[in-house]
Design a protein around this ligand. Structure first.
Ligand SMILES: [Cu+2]
Length: 134
């Protein structure tokens, strides 16, 4: 008789525990939702990355720009990496942008030109290229 009452009590506690557990997992659902929110924020960051992806990359190697012609439409971030052992610059013929890129370094400059222009390296006049506006 006492044993049966125990069993009922334990069974009752067990059901109670299940209910609490169920509530807890609802809470987990809630925090999963807020995790989703921060994932959305990360998505916004990815969008920014996408904008950067719209940028252009130029590599300098063997005293030459590669590619030596880039096309922009509106202000464009251009990332220039110098793989040479000499310093170079990425300089607009019209002076609208000018950045020095040391050996092994990467620099980013905003190219904002309204008309096509040439660019060059200030140190090595034979290094030239063109920005075309689309
Ligand atoms: Cu140079």
């Amino acid at each position: 008789m006492v044993k049966a009452r125990w069993v009922r009590l334990v069974a009752g506690l067990f059901v109670l525990a299940l209910l609490v557990a169920a509530c807890s997992s609802d809470d987990d659902g809630g925090s999963t939702a807020s995790t989703g929110g921060s994932t959305a924020a990360t998505g916004a960051t990815a969008e920014t990355g996408g904008g950067g992806g719209g940028g252009t990359t130029i590599t300098i190697a063997n005293f030459a720009f590669d590619p030596d012609t880039i096309t922009v439409s509106g202000p464009t971030e251009v990332t220039v990496t110098n793989n040479d052992s000499a310093a170079h610059t990425f300089t607009a013929d019209d002076g609208s942008f000018d950045v020095q890129v040391d050996p092994g370094a990467t620099e980013t400059v905003t190219v904002d030109v309204s008309a096509s222009t040439g660019f060059h390296c200030s140190f090595h006049p034979q290094m030239t290229g063109n920005v075309e506006v689309s």
